[in-house]
Write a protein that binds this ligand. Structure first.
Ligand code: CP
Length: 308
């Protein structure tokens, strides 16, 4: 059974094929309206979400399928102490594919070990978020026309930012991508990612606390939120939350074709005055998420069907 737990579960060719399919769905949505007739997607969200859950649900509806699930652990039997593995075994009796978000790192992988249907990791704690990465790659490719030969700056919470971890893993397989890691000291990229992904492959990266200084070099700027829910104490969160606020003034030295991405939700880190700037891609990015999740559901269901 093929699942998507980590972006590295997909080969580069499979990623490109998914992005091609997503682009085709954008161009010809009517051809996909009945593709998942009589199929059901379960969305099991043990942690809050707007984009990921609703774009998965919209994706399934636009493919002609149906959706069931829950949006918080409190309304599921997890609140009575049911394990992830039992939940997954049971939901596999009712649905053909499962998208699952969980605050504990590794929970979707545990689910996949006990599942008879494909499991998609819709975000596990501070670890991974592979469908956000597919969304980000689709956005970079549509905005820039390529997935190679650019400099990307990751700014904000690089320590707990699962979207950052997954996207760095994916871009490490692309040609000539330079990484600029911009964060406060306390929120630097975990050393296991630097070591296993960047240093292991000899990829060029720099670390800095100064967004303004590196702005002129960037082709893509990936802003992130400092995530209150990942901090052990409120004081640290309050001290760090406004470390970076992107304003029109800070973009004065930016390239005219810079692409500004953000997985969203945003709090203060991008001034709303930037939303009207054509370089702001984050709402287009959120829309791309629906199409790439349509592509992923189609591919995983097709593969599951071949296995039976
Ligand atoms: N980008 C993202 O995962 O957003 P949600 O938390 O709203 O799903």
């Amino acid at each position: 059974m093929k699942h998507l737990i980590d972006i590295r579960d997909l080969t580069q060719a499979e990623i490109v094929s998914l992005l091609d399919l997503a682009d085709d769905i954008v161009a010809h949505p009517e051809e996909y309206r009945e593709k998942c007739h009589y199929k059901k997607l379960a969305t099991l969200f043990f942690e809050p979400s707007t984009r990921t859950r609703l774009s998965f649900e919209a994706a399934m509806y636009e493919l002609g399928g149906q959706v069931l699930g829950f949006s918080e652990a409190a309304s599921s039997s997890a609140s009575k102490g049911e394990s992830v593995s039992d939940t997954i075994r049971v939901v596999g009796c009712y649905a053909d594919i499962i998208a699952m978000r969980h605050p504990k790192e590794g929970a979707p992988m545990v689910g996949a070990m006990h599942s008879t249907v494909p499991i998609i990791n819709a975000g596990d704690g501070g670890h991974n978020h592979p469908t956000q990465t597919l969304t980000d790659l689709m956005t970079i490719r549509r905005e820039k026309g390529r997935l190679d030969n650019f400099t990307i700056g990751f700014c904000g919470d690089l320590k707990f930012g699962r979207t950052v971890h997954s996207l760095i893993a994916a871009l490490s397989r692309c040609e000539n991508v330079n990484f600029v890691l911009i964060s406060p000291e306390e929120l630097k990229l975990p050393s296991y990612i630097k070591k296993d992904v960047l240093q292991e492959q000899g990829l060029p990266y720099v670390q800095t606390t100064d967004l303004t200084a590196v702005m002129p070099e960037l082709d893509v700027l990936y802003m992130t939120r400092v995530q209150r829910e990942r901090f052990f104490n409120e004081e640290d969160y309050l001290r760090l939350k406004d470390s970076y606020i992107l304003t029109p003034e800070k973009l004065q030295n930016a390239k005219p074709d810079l692409s500004i991405l953000h997985p969203l939700p945003r709090v203060n880190e991008i001034d709303t005055a930037i939303d009207a700037d054509p370089r702001a891609c984050y709402f287009r990015q959120a829309l791309n998420g629906k199409y790439v999740r349509m592509a992923l559901i189609l591919k995983l269901l097709e593969e599951a069907q071949h296995e039976h």
